[in-house]
Design a protein around this ligand. Sequence first.
Ligand SMILES: *Cc1c(COP(=O)(O)O)cnc(C)c1O
Length: 220
Amino acid sequence: MGLSEISERIAKAEADAGRASGSVTLIAVSKVQPNARVRSVLQAGHRSFGENKVQEAQGKWPGFAEEFDDIDLHLIGPLQSNKTRAAMELFNAIHSVDRPKLAKSIARLAQDIGHCPDLFIQVNTGEEPQKAGVLPGEADAFVSECRALDLPVRGLMCIPPLDEEPSLHFALLAKIAARNEVHGLSMGMSSDFERAIALGATHVRVGSAIFGERTPSGQA
Ligand SMILES: *Cc1c(COP(=O)(O)O)cnc(C)c1O
């Protein structure tokens, strides 16, 4: 299991960046991983996990929640409107708030349910047509719109283009966050989380480096 090695590397990256120890939350991305691997990370004491599909998470996490206390579950994949209520009931944080219609629906449901997960606004820093997220030029207005709805905007999130230096995207996201006084930065994955921490990440989303490669069928 790669959990202890990744935790050590995060601690070192925090120290190298002159940041407080423990200032970065490691979200262990458990999508498509066999339950046995997820359970061993839970047994090691880790509690923050990320899933990218509501339905997959619904099949997996209520069971773990009966076995383990204080699970902190993050939705890191796109959220379809018809799954918004389910997502708000299951997840502690949603990292993929990316459109006004979704923001309005979350605000309405928060009244109804009586609580709202922590929200991260996804920014499409690479302006890739196939990727979710608001464009960098729309981000300030969208942050304001979410705040006007009284939504708990905790941070910004990005997934850099595969073929570009991620640090440029991390720096751009950090700049947008700073000028909007947003404190959380969800950025950095298995291959680049140290660079993200150097640029201010508060949440890194690490999957394969902890659990091993994902297999499409979910079998090890
Ligand atoms: C799968 C996924 C990750 C984790 O990717 P790894 O390369 O396995 O660390 C991080 N963020 C998002 C949005 C993902 O979908």
